[in-house]
Write a protein that binds this ligand. Structure first.
Ligand code: SF4
Length: 383
């Protein structure tokens, strides 16, 4: 079994979140525990010593809202990580934030460490404030927009993640205009999914959901192309690369960041570690128990891969990819899914199609292929 190399290291600095989005999947977002710096240091030390870190990689702070911890915490954490890293390795630091607590101190810190920053915003106020709310039910739009104005004033690139719901599917024009107006550099569209404690999605029981997402994406992609691509759309780039390069058609398994052992490692606040999709670290299951394979303070990463639990999880994951290969016409364009999506919907990784993959992988490919077919018909009328 090939291990790593590590591409993405996620530290769950705290499970606590200062807001309460309707579709949040995190079970523990009122818990104010904080990861000790000893855990950060020991994780970095072991990952280097066990040669799981072999090339440049990204450290992402994610779980609850990372900015509820003070700037000084991250200064110390980065110092601890740097001390353990061989000089030739590049580490990119990345934060995904709801934007509520951003201020000048944070921007100075981000610029000092050349940090990547993603801000969560779902679109204009009437869309964003339906779901992204405080614990007292107030919309968060105005605060996030102030944070975005600050990003622009510091000359940082503006990357946003937006959750697409059944409601927002009706507003591709409004969403596109909005992203242009606020000057985004890139947009990632996350489809609202059944995950963790979010057991129902606005798309859950609608036969027509895939068609709605395809129509939304087609319009959204079209608008962006017609405007000369003022910003990048992750889903468009992904579909284009998949269709042009078919990079998953290699024989055997072409493990991705979410399916390759230790290509992604998630470290929980208490030092527990997991791999594959980061969402799995907080999931429980009759079949697997949980997806925690050890604790950085007293276990070895590589030894954990020999445990009976890990082998049961990995065997199911590989069997699930085989199911995709054997049953899905998108396999080859799609890498065989995301473990957390399969687990959330089927309670096992030995599974193929999910609502998540229909909307996240199949829909962008359908949207792109429809655009290509239409363009060909226009070039060769009556063919
Ligand atoms: S689209 Fe779904 S079913 Fe098809 S290969 Fe991807 S994950 Fe598997």
């Amino acid at each position: 079994m090939e291990i790593g190399p590590l591409e993405l290291l996620i530290f769950q600095g705290t499970p606590f979140c200062n807001i309460d989005c309707n579709y949040c999947y995190l079970p523990d977002r009122l818990n104010r525990t904080k990861m000790s710096l000893d855990i950060v240091r020991e994780a970095a030390r072991k990952l280097v010593a066990e040669e799981i870190i072999r090339e440049d990689f990204t450290v992402l702070w994610h779980a609850g809202e990372p900015l509820v911890l003070p700037v000084e915490y991250y200064q110390q954490a980065i110092t601890a990580i740097r001390k353990e890293m061989p000089g030739h390795l590049g580490v990119t630091y990345s934060f995904q934030t709801n934007g509520m607590l951003l201020n000048d101190d944070w921007y100075r810190f981000f610029l000092q460490h050349n940090t990547e920053l993603g801000i969560s915003i779902d679109g204009p106020e009437f869309i964003h404030d339906r779901n992204r709310i405080t614990r007292s039910g107030k919309g968060t739009f105005k605060k996030v927009i102030s944070a975005i104005e600050l990003v622009k004033s510091y000359g940082m690139p503006l990357h946003v993640i937006s959750v697409l719901t059944d409601f927002s599917c009706d507003y591709p024009v409004e969403l596109h205009n909005f992203y242009k107006e606020i000057g985004v550099d890139s947009v990632c569209i996350n489809i609202e999914e059944i995950e963790g404690v979010n057991t129902v999605s606005s798309f859950s029981d609608k036969e027509s959901s895939k068609q709605r997402v395809v129509q939304f994406l087609r319009k959204f992609f079209d608008l962006n192309l017609a405007d000369g691509e003022p910003f990048e759309i992750r889903e468009f780039n992904w579909a284009k690369n998949s269709v042009l390069h078919g990079e998953w058609e290699a024989p055997g398994y072409n493990f991705t960041q979410m399916t390759g052992p230790f290509k992604t490692i998630t470290i929980g606040t208490n030092g527990d570690f997991s791999t594959f999709s980061p969402e799995l670290i907080s999931q429980h299951s009759d079949r697997y128990g949980d997806f925690i394979f050890g604790n950085v303070m007293h276990d070895s990463f590589t030894a954990s891969l020999k445990s009976e639990k890990f082998l049961r999880v990995f065997t199911d994951l590989v069997n699930g990819i085989d199911q995709c290969k054997n049953h899905c016409s998108y396999y080859g364009l799609c890498p065989g899914g995301i473990p957390s999506g399969k687990f959330s919907e089927h309670k096992t990784l030995d599974a193929n199609e999910t609502q998540f993959c229909r909307l996240t992988f199949q829909a962008p490919i359908d949207a792109l292929l429809q655009m290509v077919e239409e363009a060909e018909e226009n070039v060769l009328p009556g063919r």
